[in-house]
Design a protein around this ligand. Structure first.
Ligand SMILES: [Zn+2]
Ligand SMILES: [Zn+2]
Length: 144
């Protein structure tokens, strides 16, 4: 069991997570780069039933990016928060840079590297996939 806490930039929305965690994915696709305003999005998959919004429900907004991706964010400060996957309703994607706490166990890799920002170089040893891995489940799975 691991525990994470997080909050948005303005602090109106706070959440916590208790439970198993999936792989840590650095996604370089153009959508994630736009959404995060960054070179890539780093997210971890968690179980919906271990995730709890502690405060700020009234500030939570949603944007449906694709049929299986609903982004949530703070209406007040714009921070990116959990991603809801309507076709995988037991899972959430947490942008890990917004979380406080320690990850106790994870596997890390890069996806959609063919779309990465040309001004960014990947210099770590983590696995890299040009697009989605052939085994798509590794992006959305939790090994308890
Ligand atoms: Zn906020
Ligand atoms: Zn992406």
């Amino acid at each position: 069991m691991a525990e994470l806490k997080g909050k948005c930039l303005c602090g109106k929305i706070r959440y916590e997570y208790n439970g198993a965690m999936g792989n840590l994915v650095h996604c370089h696709c153009s959508r994630c780069r736009k959404w995060h305003g960054a070179a890539f999005r780093s997210r971890i998959v968690v179980k919906q039933d271990g995730y709890r919004l502690i405060q700020g429900q009234e500030y939570l907004a949603q944007y449906q990016a694709t049929p299986n991706v609903i982004k949530t964010f703070c209406k007040n400060c714009g921070s990116s928060l959990a991603t809801i996957y309507p076709l995988r309703d037991n899972l959430l994607g947490l942008p890990i840079a917004g979380c406080e706490g320690k990850l106790d166990r994870y596997q890390e890799f890069h996806i959609f590297t063919d779309s990465k920002a040309q001004w960014w170089q990947i210099t770590d040893d983590s696995l890299q996939y040009k697009a989605l891995p052939a085994n798509k489940e590794i992006v959305h799975c939790i090994n308890d």
